[in-house]
Design a binder for this molecule. Structure first.
Ligand code: ADP
Ligand code: TZD
Ligand code: MG
Length: 599
């Protein structure tokens, strides 16, 4: 029996049209017993609904009650990427959502599988990435009476406060609506994570195939444009025009929006210096002359008008106040965001511009004509001078070749490999490994950098890398702290299984931040220290991939170049001076101070 077969019962169809929905359900129940009716079931309806909405990939981990769903979806032509832990399947779905503007789908089993996926769902929501966590669940009657079902848990209630929206489908004929609502919720307005609860019983429910087909919804315009009001556009333009030291900050919302050409035109026509947030790197090439990244602290402290484009004033921007912004700060903000309630969340926003970034940026462009005055020369010159100085300093540091490789000499290699392969996606996590990579490795194209995002979460590495390889088909370079890598390291098997063009470089400094901490009492090693000289490359070899040790920049360059050229799954164990890092990388100040220690 194929799926979704067309009904031959014309008379039945006519009758169905006249019946209300509840009667329809009863009718299906009756007709289930008549063998000549062509039937479909919950499994097939879920698959059909996803396919109807152009979902072509699912990131999953099989088990009761969704094993057959994974098999049937694969047989129906959906690419099924099966993981070793749900968190990484979830992270893959989140990254796929960010890269494609389609909700990434993660599929998990009940209770423990669901909980494993939940961190990724919440992280996606925090980062404004569209994804849908579909989880099988146990029988409602047993769960609600807490009678101890297999993997019993009230998943919907638990997911609800941790994501953007959460739905449960109890009847096969509602699957179409459930998936449509999930897709709309994930994509419209501020994107985010959505939970969809599918109890086990749903999958084997049957209904007449033609009615099933009609119950599905193809979501039209799931992320409608939100045009900014003309007066809000004028207010923003007026503020920009009056600025003496203007600055544009591009955030990952701007990268997500895929308004690349207009964003570049806005920056270039306005002549305003810009600062890319981490995942907005490459929206304009980092080598662009208007990039102020090399003199970030100066421009943040000195700018008088800052236009935020898809970037929140959260901890990553010191909440728009304090020392970072010059004290006392007189900075005025223009904020472009799709979420109206983001405005004034930390400091007053003088010119809120609420709408989708594409529409807002094109409206602003409309106001920048030939009479537009570029920012004052003194501002641009002051930035230029500081940039040149800092870049010369950085170049000198990168050129050093210390006896033991450090972050700089290793990242100089990564920087060159990325320059030669600008289409490669860089995935990045760790502390020092994250901070140094972000500042040293230039990106040249939009949406080519994926990292720990708004939470600074470890563990996104292999999930993001898999999604980047699957959705782009381009080489992926994952620059991983040795601790960070450990969170998702088992997914190297997944990478080998699907033969993905992923080159993992583990920055092995024997621990978290560095490998030199000592337990003052002796005995166990310090909590931040790992097994010395661990052979991470053997993990890749264990599954048939290429594993290499790199002790020098030359060895690292050779191994990376070979990996990118061959597309073979590769893990390079890059030996980094264990003394080179600093506690918490660049965010040492967020560590609580021990009062006892200060005395
Ligand atoms: P970063 O970490 O790079 O500073 P954030 O994640 O803090 O960026 O901010 C992203 C912002 O972008 C969010 O406030 C989100 O509402 C907004 N956003 C996401 N997509 C769009 C879009 N298409 N149009 C407008 N704003 C968007
Ligand atoms: N757990 C989770 C889920 N996220 C976190 N951010 C942390 C723990 C705490 N943490 C950091 O913030 S960075 C980091 C941890 C454990 C690892 C740093 O070590 P590394 O990088 O080896 O990855 P460097 O290069 O040695 O600094
Ligand atoms: Mg480390």
């Amino acid at each position: 029996m194929g799926r979704s077969q067309v009904s031959t019962g014309q008379n039945c169809m006519a009758l169905l049209i006249h019946l209300g929905q509840s009667q329809t359900k009863r009718y299906f129940h009756m007709t289930n017993e008549t063998p000549e009716q062509e039937q479909t079931d919950g499994f097939n309806l879920v698959i059909d609904a996803l396919k109807l909405n152009d979902i072509d990939t699912i990131y999953a981990l099989p088990g009761i009650p969704i094993t057959d769903l994974t098999r049937k979806a694969q047989a129906a032509g959906i690419r099924m990427i099966s993981f070793r832990h749900e968190q990484h399947a979830g992270n893959a779905a989140a990254a796929a959502g960010f890269l494609t503007q389609k909700p990434g789908i993660c599929l998990t089993v009940s209770a423990p599988g669901f909980l494993n996926g939940l961190t990724a769902l919440t992280n996606a929501t925090t980062n404004c990435f569209p994804m849908i966590l579909i989880s099988g669940s146990s029988e409602r009657e047993i769960v609600d009476l807490q009678q101890g079902d297999y993997e019993e848990m009230d998943q919907l209630a638990i997911a609800k406060p941790l994501c953007k929206a959460a739905f449960r489908v109890l009847h096969a004929e509602d699957i179409g609506v459930g998936i449509a609502r999930a897709i709309r919720s994930a994509l419209s307005g501020r994107p985010g994570g959505v939970y969809l609860d599918l109890p086990a019983k749903l999958f084997s429910q049957t209904m007449e195939a033609e009615a099933g087909k009609r119950s599905l919804i193809k979501v039209i315009d799931p992320a409608p444009r939100q045009i900014p009001a003309a007066d809000a556009v004028k207010r923003a333009l007026d503020l920009l025009k009056g600025a003496k030291r203007p600055l544009i900050v591009l955030g990952k919302g701007a990268a997500y929006a895929q308004a690349d050409a207009d964003i570049r035109a806005l920056v270039e026509k306005s002549g305003i210096p810009y600062l890319p947030m981490s995942m907005a790197k490459g929206l304009l090439p980092d080598t662009h002359e208007q990039s102020a990244a090399a003199t970030r602290s100066y421009v943040l402290a000195e700018a008088d008008v800052v236009m935020l484009v898809g970037a929140r004033l959260n901890w990553l921007l010191s909440h728009g106040k304090g020392k970072t912004w010059g004290t006392p700060s007189s900075t005025k903000f223009i904020q472009i965001d799709i979420s109206p309630t983001e405005m004034d969340s930390n400091v007053p926003i003088s010119a809120p511009l609420v709408g989708d970034i594409g529409s807002c940026v094109s409206a602003l462009l409309g106001g920048i004509g030939s009479d537009w005055a570029k920012p004052p020369a003194e501002w641009l010159q002051a930035i230029g001078e500081r940039k040149d100085k800092n870049m010369a300093k950085m170049a000198a540091t990168l050129a050093l070749n210390p006896a033991i490789m450090n972050f700089h000499s290793a990242l100089n290699v990564v920087r060159n490999v990325v320059k030669a392969n600008p289409e490669a996606v860089v995935v990045n996590e760790g502390a020092n490994t994250l901070d140094f990579t972000r500042s040293i490795v230039d990106m040249y194209l939009p949406r080519k950098r994926l990292d720990v995002g708004t939470w600074g979460i470890m563990g996104i590495g292999m999930g993001f890398a898999v999604a980047a390889a699957v959705t782009t088909g381009k080489p992926v370079i994952a620059i991983e702290g040795d601790s960070a890598f450990g969170f998702s390291g088992m997914e190297v098997e997944t990478i080998c299984r699907y033969n993905l063009p992923i080159c993992i470089v583990v920055f092995n400094n024997n621990g978290i931040y560095k490998g030199t901490d000592v337990n003052p009492l002796g005995g166990d090693v310090a909590p931040t220290v790992f097994v010395k000289n661990a052979r991470y490359e053997m993990m890749m070899q264990a599954f048939g991939g290429v594993g290499v040790v790199a002790n020098t920049p030359a060895e690292l360059a050779k191994a990376m170049e070979e990996a990118v050229a061959s597309g073979r799954p590769t893990l390079i164990n890059a030996i980094i001076d264990e003394t080179a890092g600093t506690e918490s990388g660049r965010i040492t100040s967020l560590n609580p101070q021990s009062a006892a220690k200060k005395k």
